[in-house]
Design a protein around this ligand. Structure first.
Ligand SMILES: [Zn+2]
Length: 208
């Protein structure tokens, strides 16, 4: 049992968003419409440049649409020195947006797999997460998409994905319950079928 987390995954930063270039007028106008609807005047000085910034920010929030997460798993390493225990990447911070309110989902993910005969660079697991997170999402689907992508492309013995996140649509509006987080998980292969393996991975994640 080993934890190959390492602390050096520094390339989980932004996937370079598609160049926003000049923001199309209809997109800028949509933001102005929303500002008016919210009760403010989009032509006042402080808001003049806001539509362009908002549009560019949304291209970045949703850069995952231009990404094929499976691609990050295409390069594998087969020389693993006989290593056949759980590989866990823990506490990966991420940001997404809920598809119901387009409000931020902020949280952390834990991604584990039990390799069969090859591994990927650990930062790639974070890239898979971000590729799916930088879209309009629901947490349940995000969890499933990350797990399925690793399962199908890496063909490991088991995959476990646990995501804990707070939803601004719940903490900042509606029932306004700050501090509440939601936990979702998807277990595949041995982590689903074998209780001992599931307990082991959950204990490594800190939820056992
Ligand atoms: Zn929502």
């Amino acid at each position: 049992m080993a934890d190959l987390v390492g602390d050096g995954f520094d390339d989980s930063g932004p996937i370079s968003p598609p160049s926003a270039g000049d923001v199309p007028e209809d997109v800028a106008e949509a933001v102005r419409t929303l500002i008016r609807w919210a009760g403010d005047d989009p032509s006042r000085e402080g808001l003049i440049d806001t539509p362009r910034r908002v549009a560019k920010a949304w291209r970045e929030y949703c850069a995952g649409y231009g990404d094929d997460p499976a691609h990050h798993l295409s390069r594998v390493f087969e020389e693993v020195g006989g290593y056949d225990e759980i590989v866990l990447l823990k506490d990966i911070p991420f940001q997404s947006h809920c598809e119901h309110h387009m409000a931020p989902i902020i949280g952390k993910a834990h991604i584990a797999y039990l390799p069969k005969d090859h591994v990927v660079g650990i930062s790639k697991l974070a890239r898979v997460l971000h590729g799916f997170a930088r879209r309009l999402q629901v947490q349940e689907r995000l969890t499933a998409e990350v797990a399925d992508c690793i399962w199908e492309n890496l063909r490991p013995v088991g995959v476990a994905v646990v995501i804990e996140a707070t939803h601004a649509c719940m903490t900042a509006r509606g029932v306004r319950t700050p501090g509440v987080s939601m936990v979702t998980s998807r277990m595949m292969g041995v982590f689903r079928d074998d209780e001992r393996s599931r307990k082991e991975v959950l204990a490594l994640i800190g939820l056992g």
